[in-house]
Design a protein around this ligand. Structure first.
Ligand code: ADP
Length: 252
């Protein structure tokens, strides 16, 4: 995995955010993210993680600093905590939506949605409607919709926070598999230490609001991540490193 060499996909240069009414969400943050890297942003609720993700996506202007993005040929996709599926469209037609908006013709859209739904394990649910799916399945449909346009950058904002623990574990593993297959840059926001350690090649820990970087840590864990890793002593050590940074930030 070319995590520290090659192209820089995103460079944040002293990016800071104070909202117009005076809430300071982020102190200046500078980070470089390599193309194809899986980065987790970890921090307590309200520390500015979502704000930073929105700034990276270009959905929000920072009040200071600069974001330089080199997306290559690909696009950017965003996955939110809520699956945001359209209830009146079946799963296949939810997944084809970005392709429809991009003007791609019907048979190609259907074929790509079908392939994507197969990859997330929803091949048999294409004609179902969102209300007929469990929370985990809805998130998988949301992932399929995010990936169907083949983005070079995937941004996820606590996407699995609302599902139960076992479903979350499966979704984490599925996301890693998709990342390995596709090689896009991933930025994953979470407030869970264990999830950040399980998923990331690198974890950036933020202080309470206004967020600043407390720790930028390369996770010393095997590339292959599975359930067994969670009971590995090295996994516990890496979680400990992240916890310690969070705790020190909370005391400062
Ligand atoms: P996190 O994702 O870490 O939970 P957020 O980025 O959502 O944190 O929020 C950081 C802080 O900025 C919070 O205090 C939040 O209330 C505030 N905030 C977020 N969006 C806005 C906005 N549009 N206007 C004013 N304040 C905001």
């Amino acid at each position: 995995m070319s995590q520290f060499s090659g192209r820089i996909a995103i460079a944040l240069d002293n990016v800071a955010m104070t909202f117009p009414r005076g809430t300071q969400a982020l102190r200046p943050v500078s980070l470089q993210i390599a193309a194809g890297q899986f980065l987790c942003l970890l921090g307590p609720s309200g520390c500015g993680k979502s704000t930073l993700l929105r700034i990276i996506a270009g959905l929000q202007m920072p009040s200071a600093g600069e974001v330089i993005r080199d997306d290559g040929a690909g696009s950017v996709s965003f996955v939110f905590q809520d699956a945001h599926l359209l209830p009146w469209r079946n799963i296949s037609r939810n997944v084809t939506l970005p392709l429809e908006l991009a003007g791609i013709e019907k048979s190609t859209r259907r074929a790509r949605a079908s392939e994507m739904l197969e990859q997330v394990g929803l091949a048999d649910f294409q004609r179902h409607y969102p209300a007929q799916l469990s929370g985990g399945m809805k998130m998988r449909a949301s992932l399929a919709r995010a990936l169907v346009s083949n983005p070079s950058l995937l941004l996820l904002d606590e996407p699995f926070a609302a599902v139960d623990e076992m479903t979350r574990q499966k979704l984490d593993e599925q996301l890693l598999e998709l990342w390995r297959k596709r090689g896009m840059t991933v930025i994953f926001v979470t407030h869970s230490v264990a999830e950040a350690a399980f998923l990331g090649q690198r974890a950036v820990v933020f202080s309470p609001r206004p967020g600043r970087v407390l720790l930028d840590h390369v996770l010393d864990l095997p590339a292959q991540r599975n359930l067994a890793l969670r009971s590995d002593p090295q996994f516990a050590r890496e979680c400990g490193v992240l916890y310690q940074a969070l705790e020190q930030g909370g005391r400062a």
